[in-house]
Design a protein around this ligand. Structure first.
Ligand code: MN
Length: 264
């Protein structure tokens, strides 16, 4: 009798534990091609999602629209990650300048399709670095292909040599913006690992943070609190349990949970 009670109890506990996990929103994380034949994403994004209370799901590049559709059905939130430069000719009609970096055409096509469909489905989206620039390009904006050669008067080092969990330059954040609500700050020292930046902002989007040389460091979709991008790398601070930067991921997870509940 005792054994049966214990068995029932442990079964119930097991079901409860699974229910707790399945209630967590699934956050898709975009990836790139790695060395050799691998698909690749820095683990800092994965750890950030877990620490913020979500379930990370890495999304490999795929050319099959049906696969893409299935991915979107299974995620409740999306992180467009950092990485390579975006092809300026194909995606915003500019000839490439000599300082343009490595471009991965398959990743560009997949990422653009992914973010456009996610936004159409009202899935919360966080763009980081390349992901933030891609968000702007996907909805009609343009980029500086290279800050040192194209942004006149910029005297700030946007490609820091310091570790990623160490902030090196200041940004001013628009009061009332998504980033302000996530961090509780109107001024913040961020890390910086980019040589491209948002130039003409996409219609329907606004810039919500700038570095002191005027470079756009955050954007969000007007009239929506669930589509936002940051030029810096909040995931770089996650290993130090920095609550200010973790706030960006917690907010994404919170909005993704609300999206998930609205589906059921
Ligand atoms: Mn910067």
């Amino acid at each position: 009798m005792k054994k049966i009670t214990l068995l029932v109890l442990s079964l119930l506990l097991g079901i409860f534990a699974i229910a707790q996990v399945t209630q967590k929103p699934v956050i898709g994380i975009s990836s790139t091609w790695g060395e050799g034949t691998s698909a690749s994403v820095p683990v800092t994004y994965i750890e950030s999602v877990i620490k913020a209370g979500g379930v990370p799901m890495v999304l490999p590049i795929s050319h099959d629209p049906a696969i893409l559709e299935c991915m979107l059905e299974r995620i409740d939130g999306l992180i467009m990650t950092g990485g390579e430069d975006i092809d300026p000719l194909k995606w915003f009609g500019e000839e490439p300048i000599p300082a343009l970096g490595r471009v991965v055409p398959e990743r560009d096509s997949f990422d653009i399709a992914l973010i456009r469909l996610a936004v159409e489905k009202k899935i919360p989206v966080l763009g980081i670095c390349r992901g933030h620039q891609l968000m702007n390009v996907a909805f009609g904006g343009t980029l500086y292909q290279d800050i040192p050669s194209q942004v006149k008067g910029s005297n700030i080092k946007h490609r820091q040599s310091a570790p990623s969990n160490y902030g090196t330059h200041t940004i001013n954040i628009l009061e009332g913006s998504v980033l302000h609500k996530q961090t509780g700050k109107t001024t913040l020292v961020v890390n910086s690992f980019h040589h491209q930046a948002v130039k003409d902002i996409a219609p329907g989007f606004i810039a919500t943070a700038h570095s002191l040389d005027g470079v756009i460091e955050a954007i969000e979709k007007k009239g929506s609190d669930r589509v936002f991008g940051v030029q810096f790398h909040p995931e770089g601070f996650t290993s130090t349990n920095n609550e200010v930067f973790l706030g960006v991921f917690k907010d994404l997870v919170k909005k993704s949970r609300a999206y998930r509940e609205s589906k059921h």
